[in-house]
Design a protein around this ligand. Sequence first.
Ligand code: UD1
Length: 327
Amino acid sequence: MNILIIGGAGYIGSHVTRELLDRNHRAVVFDNLSSGLRENLFPEAVFIHGDILRYEQLTAAMQESGAEAAVYLAAFKAVGESMIKPEKYSVNNIVGTINLLNAACKTGLKYVIFSSSAAVYGEPAYLPIDEKHPANPENYYGFTKLEIEQFLAWYDRLKGLRYASLRYFNAAGYDVKGRIKGLEQNPANLLPVIMETACGMRAELEIFGDDYDTPDGSCIRDYIHVSDLAAAHVLALEYIVQNNKSITVNLGSEAGSSVLEVLETARRITGRPIPSRIAGRRPGDPAKLTASAGLARSLLGWKAEHSDLETLVRTSWEAYQKNLSRK
Ligand code: UD1
């Protein structure tokens, strides 16, 4: 198929683009390079430098590329920032979505794969979290993701647009074949922060709380390898096209790892000391989050294959070492 990847030069977008190309799809990357990187572009994919907030640019990209489907990854995702600057998240995430949906209607693009998030669920009422869990986002970022899902559902009903909303848990790791060149800039997520500390780009890792009700006192999350996420995008696209039906599914490994476990694994694999300090709890952090990915398994035949801690840390470390040795 002919697919427009909006945000295709970013961390997850570049992995999804690589996977689409590997599966013989025609990929056109649309990115404003605000956080995406030129080094993440592949020569086999056409690149259009454009902004989702510029409706005419987006419409032209859809028309010129003849895209039948869009993968929509161009959203801001810093949870903390979203609570301080909601305006920024409203414009980029919500207005961007409206532009995308209206451009899709105008150009006849019929399928959208959307990067949603476990942040739509909020504080867990039970674990593991399945798709029937109530959606009560605790931060503005999660609220925008839930709103976008509702826009998609309305356009499905009113305009026949078909979508897959993929609720990622904690995305981490780098391409298992080492083909992604760029590193995420100014990361706030745990594993890249640990990697930057291992490389000496940061003095220490702050551990946000060691007094949670978990076996070692640090928070537990469900880390999912970005190569597993990328594979799910392609399977989800095939599913909605074949079945002419929209879906909303969790993407997680179903395993829980604590902050201290991730740190210890990173110390072992990198052989670096990775200094750390126990800092206070970060507001809004649930003690434990794990996914039920049964629906993705049964609908898409998907399962996480690279999401063990060892592979998550090893592929990240390889990407950091390779990137830094080039500079
Ligand atoms: C959050 C969102 C997730 C979103 C992701 C994107 C929720 C519930 N989850 O994940 O949907 O996709 O952000 O950014 O809103 N930690 C440290 N020190 C650090 C960084 C993190 O101890 O320097 C700890 C955190 O307290 C947490 C774990 O590491 O327990 C993972 O944190 P992070 O990588 O920021 O992701 P989430 O907040 O879980």
